[in-house]
Design a protein around this ligand. Sequence first.
Ligand SMILES: Cc1ncc(COP(=O)(O)O)c(C=O)c1O
Length: 446
Amino acid sequence: MELDKQSSWVERSLRSVWHPCTQMQHHAPGDKHVPLIPVSHGRGAWLYDHEGRRYLDAISSWWVNLFGHANPRINAALKDQLDRLEHAMLAGFTHEPVVELSERLSALTGHVLGHSFYASDGASAVEIALKMSFHAWRNSGQADKQEFVCLQGSYHGETIGALAVTDVALFKDAYGPLLRSCHVVASPDARQAAGDETAADVARRAAADVARLFAERGRHIAAIIVEPLVQCATGMAMHDPLYLTLVRELCERHQVHLILDEIAVGCGRTGTFFACEQAGIWPDFLCLSKGISGGYLPLSLVMTREEIYQAFYSSDVRRGFLHSHSYTGNPLACRAALATLDIFQEDDVLAANRVRAARLTGALAPLARHARVRNFRQRGMIWAFDAVDAAPDFSRRFFAAAVERELLMRPIGPTVYMMPPYILSEAESDGLAARTLAVFEHVIGA
Ligand SMILES: Cc1ncc(COP(=O)(O)O)c(C=O)c1O
């Protein structure tokens, strides 16, 4: 009976749903078949299907889930909020959850950043930051600052503006004719270290590329957008915090805005609440999404410096930031975010994660020294390594083999990574490491 239910959801989904970031034909029967798993419910770090099989969500459902599925504290906050206010438009109205969330986030930056502007998805936050940067310069009499800079291998989302500052060919190439061109500078990816170069040397070299570009085009450049510490979607490329410090200095010297996209790396993922804290800097715009609502509801926001806010503050309506989304500042999403921040505070999550991270790193030692593994790396609650001599279909085969062993993992090309929720028990950590090794060896045929 349950088996029938499972296959019926698969069939109905394939008939009616266009799944994201997927070549739908890969779900058809055949040699490229990739399983489609109907989820019945979730609890803690696990997702369950209709046959009662479970899957450890080792990638936090696309990096959003921080404290497990069906978290009792976030559930309770949402149930309470549901009976008060599900939604109200944010133009001309305001409400407790959005005010409190904005205040608390600003406090987390020591009030360097404030006036959060809200949207729903990460890509929308990126669009907002790009538009705001250009418009702030225009309002300040520098309308010729119209160009943007992104990093090699950067990923900032799939909408037209965000894709223009993304450098992942697979996502971008088909839409080339639709996109505004932008400057692409060297990535500080520490894997590029040659000989006895350190990660800091690579960071200096990459920052020198920015310096060259700013010296030449600075007058026309509005902003540089950076994923601080880890460029996730390109394959968990990690860099030294020094890069951020150097780029911040260059931005000041050449009057270029710094946009930090902390959509994937914010909310404790790299070991500090904001990744940029590890470089001792703050940007002009900080984009946040994914984990901020605990992985419950679509919520994104852009935090800004006071100078940016003031550039729009005027009696002239056209100098205002006339951008909006219907669900901007949705009270339910903001309440989920407040419950998420409560958990950070009450459970001293960043300290607990240090212990959790050490345990998983230890358990992953056999993989770190595996003959077919290169560049084993870790920052905070992100682990990654590159498979040596991986077949072109490595990622797809790994996903299929992982679900057979109760794991949800989706390598990026030859890069296997883990971004688990911040609740893994010791047994779950050890199990994750052991099963990842088993899946890896199975797929590479070791
Ligand atoms: C760094 C970064 N920026 C932006 C986005 C886009 O966010 P969304 O998928 O919510 O539009 C992502 C998504 O993975 C991301 O990792």
